[in-house]
Design a protein around this ligand. Structure first.
Ligand code: C2E
Ligand code: MG
Ligand code: MG
Length: 468
């Protein structure tokens, strides 16, 4: 309602003009706008703007009351794979179900917000210790131990990596707190996913170091700083060494020896892995070929291949070229891909892998058991080998769960006519268990560590003499 007082020219007589207007529509529109500006329409959670506002207010209260505020930064592990393989509609359901899980885990008194994509944040207020924040992070992770229910028929296993930052220890400003929690989340992912990490100033140092490594890596001459070492594979069936796995090493003139677990992810992020992978394949095939004259006619060669090479490179074209150039027989070569690399987009990857398999090249799933492969997926891929992850092999003879997992993987692999290789075998006890459960091949320090080419050839020749 608007109300105006109107006077005549000489200012004496006055009229009241009252304008009535129905504003329910306008108010509704305003409310809708406010909602859109502050909430995420998919999950109905507060969005980034509202989260920042609430965080700012939480900080003011915490300062007054001498309490802590914790910011949790959550990112769903391998969400992109789900989205790519099952479609966006399913991806949306996963996000809604995940949002509900998080809110249930922390309770209604704390703010859960969606920042965008598969990123969520939780603002925990009224805390009196760091332990309380960690306990709530553990509760969030525990809430994801059960798969998410999407509808009556479908469930997906999904878990977040969580980073934590605290007011006032780590920062005083909302933006800084969010940044630190994000940094900590990245460390949680690097530490093996589905875990949480508390921010520390050292992490910024590591992030900077990563950036420096990445830019240095981009500039190196592969021939100068990269080299390959070879780790023998021993057949429990034939009782002899039957192959080697090529593993790349970076001897940096600036940083010394850098582990592939550190620089392969960097090469993947920058796309450099395409060139590097080609260098590795060519180099490994050349070495294998050079060993032929030394009595190693039937030796097999395994080469690790990154998901990026499969999806963005022309892997089967590269194989044709390198095999032709080096004279290595396709049957001697096996490519190792990690589980998460191929399970992402099974239909597309199956076709790409088929093109390699059709040339006669073997295909192995590396680090098997750490991802979320299902039997149905495995059946659709033209595989030849499963490599049981080191993690399960490590505690064989100590942990009954790992024993059950390993023997199940062996049986499952065999039922799909796949060869099963155990990685990281270090003790006789592990060997015995694997032998008794019909594992085909082993690889690990018990047989030999990864060796320089010359040392590896000597090892192979000695092993051949011993076998006769
Ligand atoms: P991976 O393919 O699963 O390789 C096995 C890793 O386990 C190697 O580490 C090897 O040195 C280590 N290992 C072997 N036996 C034992 C053992 O008995 N005990 C223990 N504790 N460890 C053992 P490395 O060489 O550091 O490689 C780490 C990962 O880096 C590889 O895991 C692979 O995923 C990746 N990688 C290595 N070379 C390449 C490459 O040329 N291309 C790509 N895309 N990835 C590579
Ligand atoms: Mg491997
Ligand atoms: Mg492996």
């Amino acid at each position: 309602m608007r109300h105006n007082l109107v006077r005549d020219i000489d200012g004496r007589r006055s009229f009241h003009v009252i304008v009535l207007e129905d504003i329910t529509e306008r108010r509704k529109a305003e409310q809708e706008l406010r909602y859109l500006a502050n909430y995420d329409t998919l999950t109905s959670l507060p969005n980034r703007a509202l989260a920042s506002e609430r965080l700012a207010r939480a900080i003011v209260r915490a300062r007054r009351e001498g309490r802590l505020v914790a910011v949790l930064f959550l990112d769903l592990d391998r969400f992109k794979d789900i989205n790519d393989s099952l479609g966006h509609a399913v991806g949306d359901r996963v996000l809604r179900a995940a949002a509900e899980r998080v809110q249930q885990a922390v309770g209604p008194q704390h703010t859960v917000a969606r920042l965008g994509g598969d990123e969520f944040t939780v603002i925990l207020e009224g805390l009196s210790s760091t332990d309380e924040a960690e306990e709530l992070a553990r509760q969030v992770l525990a809430a994801f131990e059960m798969p998410l229910r999407l509808d009556e028929r479908r469930e997906v296993a999904m878990a977040p990596s969580v980073g934590i930052s605290l007011y006032p220890q780590h920062a005083l400003l909302p933006t800084e707190l969010l940044k630190h929690a994000d940094t900590a989340m990245y460390q949680a992912k690097a530490a093996g996913r589905s875990t949480y990490q508390l921010y520390s100033a050292r992490m910024d140092e590591q992030t900077r170091h990563r950036a420096t490594l990445a830019s240095t890596l981009r500039k190196i001459e592969f021939d100068d700083e990269l080299s390959l070492v070879y780790q023998p594979r021993y057949s429990l069936v034939d009782r002899r060494v039957v192959g080697v796995e090529a593993l790349v090493r970076w001897h940096s003139s600036e940083f010394g020896l850098v582990s592939p677990s550190q620089f392969i992810p960097l090469a993947e992020e920058t796309g450099l892995i395409l060139e590097m992978g080609e260098w590795v394949l060519r180099q490994a095939c050349r070495t294998l070929q050079s060993w032929r004259g030394h009595g190693q006619e039937d030796l097999c060669l395994s080469v690790n291949v990154s998901a990026i090479q499969l999806q963005r490179g022309d892997l089967s074209g590269l194989l044709v070229r390198v095999l032709d150039e080096t004279g290595v027989r396709p049957g001697q070569l096996e490519l190792e891909l990690t589980e998460s690399a191929v399970m992402g987009n099974v239909a597309a990857n199956a076709a790409l892998l088929r093109a390699c398999r059709d040339q006669g090249v073997g295909l192995a799933i590396d680090d098997f058991g750490t991802g979320y492969s299902s039997l149905a997926y495995l059946k659709r891929l033209p595989l030849t080998t499963l490599k049981v992850d080191r993690e399960f092999v490590r505690d064989l003879t100590l942990d009954p769960d790992d024993e059950a997992i390993t023997s199940t993987i062996i049986a499952m692999g065999h039922s799909l006519s796949l060869k099963v290789v155990a990685e990281g075998v270090e003790s006789r006890g592990q060997l015995q268990f694997l032998h008794e459960h019909g594992c085909d091949e082993i690889q690990g320090h018990l047989v030999a560590p990864a060796l320089e080419p010359d040392a590896c050839l000597r090892f192979l020749q000695k092993a051949a003499r011993g076998a006769h």
